[in-house]
Write a protein that binds this ligand. Sequence first.
Ligand SMILES: CC(C)(COP(=O)(O)OP(=O)(O)OC[C@H]1O[C@@H](n2cnc3c(N)ncnc32)[C@H](O)[C@@H]1OP(=O)(O)O)[C@@H](O)C(=O)NCCC(=O)NCCSC(=O)C(=O)O
Length: 577
Amino acid sequence: MLNTATKSEAPGTEQELTDGFHLVIDALKLNGINTIYNVPGIPITDLGRMAQAAGIRVISFRHEQNAGYAAGIAGYLTKKPGVCLTVSAPGFLNGLTALAHATTNCYPMILVSGSSEREIVDLQQGDYEEMDQLAIAKPLCKAAYRVLHAQDIGIGFARAIRAAVSGRPGGVYLDLPAKLFGQVMNAEAGQKSLVKVIDAAPAQIPSPASVKRALDVLKSAKRPLIILGKGAAYAQADEEIKSFVEKSGVPFLPMSMAKGLLPDTHPQCAGAARSTVLKESDVVMLIGARLNWLLSHGKGKSWGEAPKKFIQVDIEPKEMDSNVEIVAPVVGDIGSVVSAFNQAMGSGWTAPPAEWTNAVSSKREENVAKMAPKLMNNKSPMDYHGALGVLKNVIKDYPEAILVNEGANTLDLARGVIDMYKPRKRLDVGTWGVMGIGMGQAIAATLETGHPVLAVEGDSAFGFSGMEVETICRYNLPICVVIFNNDGIYRGTDVNGANSDPATTVFVKGARYDKMMEAFGGVGVNATSPDELKRAVNEAMASGKPTLINAVIDPAAGSESGRIGNLNPQSVLQKKK
Ligand SMILES: CC(C)(COP(=O)(O)OP(=O)(O)OC[C@H]1O[C@@H](n2cnc3c(N)ncnc32)[C@H](O)[C@@H]1OP(=O)(O)O)[C@@H](O)C(=O)NCCC(=O)NCCSC(=O)C(=O)O
């Protein structure tokens, strides 16, 4: 529909007019972008209002970083760029962390920020929120564009959309100076200037030679392993991936956001035998997973002594050989590559030696059996395993629900304990281990998919986005937030011996986060035992009402994040003690 702004008034020259505001909205609608995550303010308040009036869903947050995390995860879930709209300088900077996070995690996202007048900014004459936003955004995203003229809005959005989703997806910045919104032009010419992006993320077909090479290497293995990353989950090639893994008979290890691509309870899943498969495998096929710190860069003691060959499937050729030699690189989009694998495998594929698959299964069963009794304890205050045992069963009963997870212990333990059954149901801190993704991701996840969300949050992690519980209540979203409250970061028992200030890692003892939810009309529950937690979460999932459960965890439970390579150095003096 033509979004006519007004008519010109000069006698005899009457014509339909449009303006920058309407052209931005038309450009989004033309390209099927129907949600904007935003924080209103100068100069984009009216843009949000008009977009809402024009049928776009405009979700207003309390802080741009959370709106940005929402947009990023919306992109991951839908393969369309998630749009975050902010005001100039401070709002833009708040959104920028999320834009960089989207780029790092390969989520398609566009940060659209209003900006101040070019002429004044460039002469540094002190305009309202003066800042050269384009220059600042550039190193933190895949592409950055500024639109100065209303007739270029169509091209500006087309470039932004294509850059966000094509090849390896990522974040794009679009700078819209305040003056642009008020620029008036002929409505027909305005509509003609809009661009519908055709085939925004074209299939990238792998070369037949690379497919054959990869399968030959996999076939030659005695102890093969497939590692699935969130790139594989992003691809939405779920059936192809499942049939490839099953046909190959190879044990698979899901990275945290790839959990559920095949169920964690699948007989080939090696998640509960992680150390064993990394160490013992002789051929490793990476599908949409990068050999970064989360995989110890493909070398060192996690990978064992035995020589290893790597096969890597990625849309980005530069990813190959980034840390170790890739003997069989396959460049292409994951859907196309895996379907080529399936075709090339034919019917004559032989499963890996039973000696290997049996060894992986027994290790997995041993670890699962070791953990099982810990998950059934009914201690009060709770420990992590007692509380997580409850949540594991909730996800089993509600496999469509989306699990959002952040924290230190809360993240590390939930990742292992809570089995996922369906693709793209686990959303977490991603490549950077960001604390603060929680409420933004929870909000976008339910809005984009229509499914309820269970957000399992460390008390510290929750604090970064906690004010968005008001947003959850305002939009009446089916989100149940469970806060693992052990009174601090890692644990709540640290003591400062130097003066009367609290230790750097502790919070107010016995805090009642549930009261925050009640303040905005949601349901708040204080749960002190696994039984109470179970009752409260089940009620929340059944009712769909915005709920926050303060799960009281023993302040002494929990340990400091220490598994992250050598990134957590100790002082020489501390070591000597
Ligand atoms: C890099 C990692 C994938 C490596 O994790 P690991 O702990 O080595 O592996 P996992 O978590 O997958 O598994 C741990 C162990 O549990 C076993 N395991 C896994 N699943 C199961 C089940 N279901 N049952 C029993 N045992 C299981 C698995 O085999 C491992 O045992 P074994 O096989 O016997 O070894 C992870 O550390 C990670 O994702 N880290 C991200 C952390 C992060 O981003 N933190 C945010 C920073 S917090 C912060 O800001 C800060 O602290 O500062």
